[in-house]
Design a protein around this ligand. Structure first.
Ligand SMILES: [Zn+2]
Length: 204
């Protein structure tokens, strides 16, 4: 699977800025970037250049770093996730958007996720593992589960990353669930079994 790395902007003034919207998805911008393949976005490029110089961001260097990291690590990440979830995902290519935002939206149907332009190599790797885990999770378990509320579903989805990421500690409030998942995943036969045990856990 190939990966492309694009970059978009943080919340600074500029006419090429797309607002961060009501939710955390910069879908409009993402669609626009894909549609135009940057053809009509010379202003965006200029702004990006100026923005990155001003903030000492090395976009090209970061892009290369991520591409190399992807080439080196993604086969193992994907094979581990395929084993855990017992499925494959439908993405032919993955797009990675570099962002200055402190949040990392993703869309498994459109096959893209975001990584911080300020991240170092190890953080980019962690992001890849984390977001790809979400892609597989959604493929198998969908977007919600009628047996639990949305907040718990989200907590399970986030905590699932702890199975393939030993250092995963993103959400403090999920600590108990994360530890539970780490414990049961040693014995469980696969993602489905772990998931079912999580449903029981949050319903306790
Ligand atoms: Zn996440």
């Amino acid at each position: 699977m190939d990966a492309f790395v694009y970059s978009f902007l943080g919340p600074e003034d500029g006419d090429c800025l797309i607002k961060w919207g009501s939710d955390i998805l910069p879908k409009k911008l993402v669609r626009e970037l894909i549609r135009t393949k940057f053809r009509n976005l010379s202003k965006l490029k200029t702004f990006l250049q100026e923005y990155s110089i001003r903030n000492k961001i090395q976009i090209e260097k970061t892009k290369k770093l991520i591409i190399n990291l992807w080439k080196e690590k993604s086969p193992d990440i994907i094979s581990e996730l395929e084993t855990l979830f017992k499925t494959t995902i439908d993405c032919k290519t993955i797009t990675i958007y570099l962002t200055t935002f402190p949040m990392f939206p993703y869309n498994q149907d459109e096959c893209w996720f975001t990584s911080s332009v300020y991240s170092r190599k190890a953080d980019h790797l962690e992001t890849m593992k984390h977001e790809l885990n979400h892609f597989y999770f959604h493929k198998v378990f969908g977007e919600k589960d009628s047996r639990i509320n949305g907040k718990d579903f989200w907590a399970i989805k986030e905590s699932f990353c702890a199975i393939t990421l030993s250092e995963e500690e993103v959400y403090d409030s999920h600590k108990n669930l994360r530890n539970f998942i780490r414990n049961v995943s040693n014995k469980a036969k696969g993602g489905r079994e772990i998931y079912e045990q999580c449903i029981d856990f949050v319903n306790r």
